[in-house]
Design a protein around this ligand. Structure first.
Ligand code: NAD
Length: 498
């Protein structure tokens, strides 16, 4: 069986330890295993990182940028291989897998501009003969703990910014699809990075705790589910670290009566069901405003959902593939059961779906549930599957209140032709990322990504200038250079050429 190793210093390390099985979600078979690391393995990685980081931080930013640029080229050259590997462990279709790599790559492209974005501030003459300037310095060693659902993009969000800024980085990817993160570390080395600058340690809670408690790790970026994000935030902060911890989501799509419903249905087909709904920026709740809007939308949604093609992850005609594990399939179907018991109307039922020839795969059919209300558990919690819930709103005010009152506040979208309504909505809604006629408003790499409420603990976002802030500390220098006085010995001498 294929074995996935830790990537320590410049290569694979596979000490004895607990093993975790890696599924192929399309076939339902175990395809590989990964060894879960412990505190002793982390110590080894930290020692390597400590040995290499000071010299990397002292390397001028333009040279660091050249490594990032070479890495960007290598990712482009290996896009197909990365996408196939990713999709075989995650289950998302190849085009989606390419998107996963591409959105991470865009952060690497931003990081290629590190000489520009690292420039500090300068005030000349803040007092008599006094100048003040600031510089951003790296923290030392940073760590990233990432979820299964974007095994390429989210690691690159983190290490792209951290390393370009002069830090060494230890990545603890999801143990469910760990191959692509290792492949990225190999390519980074090939791009010219020194050994030990980017290392990958595999593991579960034991490794996460070791990272959070380790005195030599200055900052930890986490992305995953909210309870664990909150735990990571509290434990990391208690250990004196800088922590950003992004959590779960339940994003709403508000449909105003004047919206272009054909466009909305098209957008929802991708945003609710793409990647089997396993996206923190998916749109699993649609909120039509007014009875008539709800009825018209439902009528158009039903045939569009029936037309969705569920297939194996390398089927070019599939709209989406299986979910990640058998436990997750059971969990998603369990939420559909709950919604039904709570009084939701199951309009399209994806439970018990099997794909001919792939009966053991972890497929869930697309599901539409109407008449969902805010007191239902299936509304309050994240389902993270191909399930779209309709929550009917009576008015625009209701539509603003629903996502604002929800425990999660990652993303939200409004579909309308009315600029005033859109503007009001964007300014009032209590959610971190807003789309106006854009179903999945993931900001581009030179802005920043981050949700509010239980979708994000800590106060800096991922990538862009916020990411740079997270991975650096600001030193402020106040300087005065007296002219040396009048005794002649210290007099200021202007050097001359030749
Ligand atoms: P998860 O919380 O199960 O795992 C995330 C990471 O935490 C993994 O590396 C895992 O090994 C580790 N972990 C698991 N159990 C742990 C424990 N008990 N203690 C410490 N660490 C533990 O999340 P997942 O299922 O891999 O990913 C899906 C979740 O991530 C969803 O909730 C999704 O919304 C969220 N997510 C959020 C964002 C965002 O930016 N807000 C982006 C992507 C995914």
């Amino acid at each position: 069986m294929r074995h996935i190793d830790h990537f320590i210093a410049g290569g694979a390390t596979s000490p004895a330890g607990r093993k975790h099985q890696i599924w192929n979600p399309s076939t339902g078979e175990v395809q590989a295993e990964v060894t879960l690391g412990d505190a002793a393995l982390l110590d080894q990685a930290i020692a390597n990182a400590k040995a290499v980081q000071p010299e990397w931080a002292a390397t001028n930013p333009q040279k660091r940028a050249r490594v990032m640029f070479k890495f960007k080229e290598l990712i482009e050259d290996n896009m197909q291989e990365l996408a196939e590997l990713l999709s075989s462990e995650h289950g998302k279709v190849i085009d989606d897998a390419k998107g996963d790599v591409q959105r991470g790559l865009e952060v690497i492209e931003y990081a290629c501009g590190i000489p520009q974005v690292l420039k500090g501030e300068y005030t000349q003459g803040a007092g008599p003969g006094i100048d003040v300037y600031s510089m951003r310095q790296p923290l030392g060693i940073g760590a990233g703990i990432t979820p299964f659902n974007f095994p390429a993009m989210i690691p690159m969000w983190m290490f792209g910014m951290a390393i370009a800024a002069g830090n060494a980085f230890i990545l603890k990817p999801s143990e469910r699809d760990p191959s692509v993160p290792v492949r990225l570390a190999e390519l980074f080395l090939e791009a010219g990075a020194p050994e030990g600058l980017l290392q990958v340690v595999h593991g579960d809670k034991e490794m996460v705790d070791a990272i959070l408690d380790h005195a030599d790790i200055a900052a930890v970026s986490f992305v995953g589910s909210s309870d664990i994000a909150h735990y990571v935030y509290k434990r990391g902060v208690a250990a004196g670290k800088r922590i950003q911890a992004m959590g779960g989501a339940k994003n709403h799509g508000i449909v105003m009566p004047d919206a272009d419903l054909d466009q909305v249905v098209n957008d929802l087909s991708g945003a609710a069901f793409g990647s089997a709904g396993e996206r923190c920026m998916a749109l699993p709740v649609v909120v039509p405003v007014g009875h008539d809007t709800a009825e018209r939308l439902k009528e158009k949604l039903i045939p569009a959902i029936h037309a969705l093609n569920v297939g194996v992850s390398n089927d070019p005609d599939a709209h989406y593939g299986p979910v990640v594990t058998p436990e997750h399939k059971a969990r998603v179907e369990g939420w559909i059961d709950t919604a039904e018991k709570e009084g939701g109307e199951i309009v399209v039922d994806g439970r018990g779906f099997t794909l001919q020839g792939h009966e053991k795969g972890f497929f869930v059919g697309p599901t539409l549930i109407d008449h969902v209300t805010t007191d239902m558990e299936s509304y309050k919690e994240e389902i993270f599957g191909p399930v779209l819930q309709i929550v009917r709103a009576e008015s625009f005010e209701d539509a603003v209140r629903l996502p604002s009152d929800h425990q999660y506040g990652n993303g939200v979208a409004i579909f309308t032709r009315n600029g005033h309504a859109a503007r009001e909505f964007a300014s009032r809604v209590n959610v971190g990322m807003v789309g106006i006629n854009v179903p999945i408003p993931v900001p581009v790499s030179y802005h920043s990504f981050g949700g509010w409420k239980r979708s994000g603990f800590g106060d800096t976002d991922q990538y862009g200038t916020e990411g740079l802030k997270f991975w650096t500390k600001v030193k402020k220098v106040t300087q005065r250079w007296p002219d040396g006085g009048g005794d002649g010995n210290n007099a200021f001498i202007i050097p001359t050429m030749g």
